[in-house]
Structure formats: structure tokens, C-alpha cells
Design a protein around this ligand. Sequence first.
Ligand SMILES: Cc1ncc(COP(=O)(O)O)c(C=O)c1O
Length: 423
Amino acid sequence: MKRDPARFVPRTAPPPPVAGTAAALEGFATAAGMVRALRPVEPVYCLYPPLLRRAARRFVEGFPGRVLYAVKANPQPEVLHELYAAGIRDFDTASLPEIALVSGLFPDAVCHFMAPAKLTGTAETAFRRHGVRSFVVDHDSELDRLLAIADPDTLIHVRMKAFDPRSVYELSSKFGATEDVCRRLLRRVADAGLRPGLAFNVGSLCRHPDAYGDAIARAAALAREAGVEIATLDVGGGFPTPYPGLAPEPLEDFFTAIRRAAAVAPLPADCTLICEPGRALVAEGQSLVVQVILIKDGLVFLNDGIYGSLKELQISNQSVVYPPVVIRPDGPPPAAATRPCEISGPTCDSLDLLPFRIDLPVDLCEGDWIEFGLAGAYSNAMTTAFNGLRPDRWVRIDGDLPPGLRAADRSAVGRPDESEGPR
Ligand SMILES: Cc1ncc(COP(=O)(O)O)c(C=O)c1O
């Protein structure tokens, strides 16, 4: 049969994925499949792109204002690309390297330099070289330095204290000015002809929406008392992740509380709300696969620990817990019965131990792998190269959900030592 030239469409290969995006990573249907194929001896970060995009869309569609991603939570370029693809265009950056990273990847992104104590000269470099026009201060000295370089487009947020004691981490003892100082700083910004804003951070892993509502009411009152019309109110990060046993209110309740409080406050009509979530945007979309390298008198040595990806398990007072599932490609499936295991990292340091036990199968073996879910925030971001070991292997998982998000996991994962363990 003759080919009809009018209907002939030449076959072209799809364009190759852009380097540095999740699409360019080696992809697998499941983490277990990845382990079968690679048998990795170093820790592996597994990205779940649809989960990263889902988290970003929840914020972009639900938060009543602009959403800044706090890059410190996870600066991996593949992660940034997924958030950008889902609509994030503003980034809370804490240093020049973070600003350079974001501006290099996304020329149309807006960087906000939200560290209250900046390295000498870095605010000026951010302002002149990267065009940054949004900053935060909580002290006269930092404000002096900004006033020396700023122009009338510059937005200067004054950070006030706003800790909610029910949050897991407080972010208001070291940072945030007292109300007196806030009023003075706000007036200085307004008198200099710049754009004043207020910022607060209720702490990381905040569990109660009313923490934001209370702080918004106080911020509005403070601005009124200072006689300053604020251009923005930054409600910070702190939005929760449902780690096992933590049971925070749904994110949407936080958005509703913020919307209501902003309406009641009231804020000036043209005041923009902004937020700076880190954890809540990235925790769910990344897991960590580690290997059991040694079991010595019951102590389980992993190939990753507190100097690597597990730092937050050490410092969070048992609030951050990564739900585990054992992957054993050969031999019988892991036992359903579990025992609480003491966990060590691989370094030659006696401190490299988790401060709590994790329930793992009674027949856990050397050579088994463990996938930890909900491991996308403050994991790879906080690794060191101590002992020459810095995890940095990345893959993409396309056909599964990570531990902690599978339907069966939801009903079964508990606190450490209370867990029914991996299935
Ligand atoms: C200024 C600032 N913004 C945002 C965040 C992100 O917080 P979270 O990851 O709890 O959302 C932090 C965390 O330390 C922070 O210090």
C-alpha cells in the first residue's frame, strides 16, 4: 500500500528531559524496584514528583496571598523545579548562595532575603547584583545597613516575636523584635520612604491554626499603634506535616484561620499576605532509602545518621519521625512482629545515635534496606560530609506512594516505640 504523503507524520523522538529536573533522574515504579535494580550501598533520596506538585498547588490555590518557598528546607534543584512547575514563583532565601541558586534556575522568580542576621555585605550584593527588593530586619543595626542601600521599591519587613508554645520548634527567642522595637523600626522604614511590612514566625511544625490568627491580630494592632500602613504581612512558615502520631489540623484550616484573621484585623486594603512554608511543601514528596550495614548486640547501624539525613530525628524531641518500611529483595518477606531498635549512623562517633528507638521487624537482617517516608524537609538540607560520608544519590519514583502516605500506613504508623512497625 502506498503511503499518503499528506497523512505522513515523521516520527520524532521526544525532547530529552532538562538536566537538573526530576524527569532527568533515573526513574523506577517503586522504591523496592529501585533497590532490586541498584542494590545501593549509599543512602538514596527518592523523589515523588506528583506529591511535590500537589503540596505546591494546595498552597498556591488555598493560601490567601503569595506563597514563598523557604529554600532552606530542601534546596535540591529537582525539588525546586517541581515547585516552580506547580506555580511557586517567590522564594524565601537566607543567603547569597540560595539567591544565586534560585535566580540561576528561574530568571523570573522573586527572591526575598529573609534572614534577620545577614553576612556582611550580602544584603548589598543581593540588592545590586540580584535585584532583591524584599528583606527582613529585627534590629536597628540591620536596618541601618539596608537604609544605606535601599530604594523606594524596597520592602522591609520588621519581624516581631510570635511563638506559639504548642509548635515543635520555637523561632522567636533568637529572632523577632519586641513590640516597642517593632514600632520604632516600622516608623524608621516609613520615614525613610520605603515600603514597610511586618513578619512573624509562629515556630516550625505548628499544630494549631489559631496561632496564626492571634499573631495576625497582634501584627495589625502593632502597625496601627505605630501609625504605619503596612504593604505586606508575612505570616512565616511553620505549617505542619502529618508525621506519625502528630495529627495536625488540615492545612486548609490554617488557610481559613489566616483569611478570617486578616479580614477581622483588619489589614490595610492593599496589604498583601505572604507565607514562607518550607516543610509543608516538601516533606511528603521525598523518601530516603537506607541500608542496614551491621547489627551488633541489637544495635542497628544504618548507612545514614545524624550527621547525614537523619539530623531532624535527633533534634525534634521525637516529633519528626519518618515512617519506615523494610525492603528485602531476596529471601522471605520481613516478619510482621517488630522490636524497638536502637539506631546508629555509620560514622566513628559515639554521638551518632538516634535518641529514640524505631520499631523494626524482629528478623531485621544486615543487608536489608529501609524506606523512610515523609523525609523531604531538613534531611538532605542538613547533611554534613563528616567522616567523608555525604549522601547525594537521587532517583525518581513514578508508580507508588512512599511510607506514611499509603492507605495501609495511615492507620498503622504510630509514635516510635508504639508503632505496629512496617508491614
Ligand atoms: C524565616 C523562616 N521562614 C520560613 C521557615 C520555614 O519553616 P517551616 O519549614 O517550618 O515551614 C523558617 C524555618 O526555619 C524560617 O526560619
